[in-house]
Design a protein around this ligand. Sequence first.
Ligand code: PEP
Length: 263
Amino acid sequence: LVSREHHPERSTVYVGGVPVGPDTVTLIAGPCAVETPEQTLEAARMAQAAGAVLLRGGAFKPRTSPYAFQGLGERGLQILADVRAETGLPIVTEVVSADDVGMVARYADMLQVGTRNMSNFGLLQAVGEAGKPVLLKRGMSATIEEWLMAAEYVAQRGNLDIVLCERGIRTFETATRNTLDISAVPVVQRLSHLPVMIDPSHSGGRRDLVLPLSRAAVAVGADGVLVDVHPHPEQALCDGPQALLAEDLERLAAELDALSGVV
Ligand code: PEP
């Protein structure tokens, strides 16, 4: 279902009316985690001022350590919905458990499945039945074939509104948190009709790498970029070192605009 073999045209997925697909470079920005109403609104305003068209933000955080901030749960979803009402930005947010899909789908415009859950087949089937577009991140140790098969699990339940997101894979390299597999973009685009984007924040894990990796994403033909922003990264409860400040995001958006006209 996700293969290009029987569907040669590349697809566009609409998220709350916003297109993600071959003719645009969609900028999705927002905080890694929803922490407070003020922080989320401020981050959303930063995102919107720079030109982001969708708001990201995690209410359920799949953290490596069980002692790390796990997210606000449904309260976080309510905050996101309030911020959407205030700004008009549709919401992309992660769901980590099949049991929560119905609840998260009541608030979200797009359901994110994170790297740690790419092979959670029950969750993939549940999001496939939820009637909302899905952002499917690549598992940190998944091959492209495994990633596309994960997308197939969603599609098989009747939902072809899937956007793939490369967010870095595990390699021997330790200088970056993950190694961004930039080649995944053209490889996937050849194999599948689904849009594919890049998350330079979670791949590099460092603010200074977000701009260069975003340039690479556009140059290689990615359909969008998903980035973390935070009004006060030093106080962030999750992934502060990779969060962009307002001026970084504005520069990134301007460069994406200029580059997408060239590529
Ligand atoms: C995220 O985008 O909030 C996230 C946790 O990303 P990943 O699943 O890629 O680690």
